[in-house]
Ligand binder design. Sequence first.
Ligand SMILES: *Cc1c(COP(=O)(O)O)cnc(C)c1O
Length: 224
Amino acid sequence: MPVQIETYQKILNEFALQNVQLVAVSKTKPNEDILALHHLGQRDFGENYVQELVDKASLLPKDIHWHFIGHLQSNKVKYIAPFVYLIHGVDSEKLLLEINKQAQKNNRIIDVLLQVHIASEETKFGFDAFTILEFIQSEKALLYANVRIRGLMGMASFTQDTVVLTREFSTLKNIFNESKMHLHTNYFDQLSMGMSADYSLAIEQGSTLVRIGSLLFGARDYQK
Ligand SMILES: *Cc1c(COP(=O)(O)O)cnc(C)c1O
């Protein structure tokens, strides 16, 4: 399926009005598809797999902001640390420690989002609400000098029930607000929630970064 240019433009217009930023999720899609959107001005792209991201980043324009949105294993941080723009799914202190270490090695500061588990399914990664607030209140984040915690990320349940989706997004927004209150930084300002199927509800609940794949690039041959 070709890149959905009209949908892209419609989404961009909608997001501009709502002050929401689009991350075009290009996992499993070829470089030509990314270039097609890049040509229209899109700079933020999201990828889930380290090897795929490293390969794409080496070939594609250097002005792309690469968002890592998948589950990241600590032993792979080193491969993306030199160039990654924002890591969305940080779900353990161990991972945070490793990102900090690799950021130091690369002499840079890496922006991250902490992933919060909001879905009812067991399979989605993330801190639970209690742990995240405890972590934020402990001010341990300050120990990681080369990491900037820019906000939170979450994935809602795999359901079409808008009541459930709205409740999960609103829970995440509340945790975000509470975290922000306890943090004495002015850069905790990003809330990554919403995908192709549920982005309108996520925006209603305060999303600032929306990760959209299949609406723009068509269905994927395989999903993860
Ligand atoms: C694949 C993926 C998306 C995009 O999903 P679509 O339903 O294709 O929009 C968004 N966020 C994460 C974490 C993903 O893995």
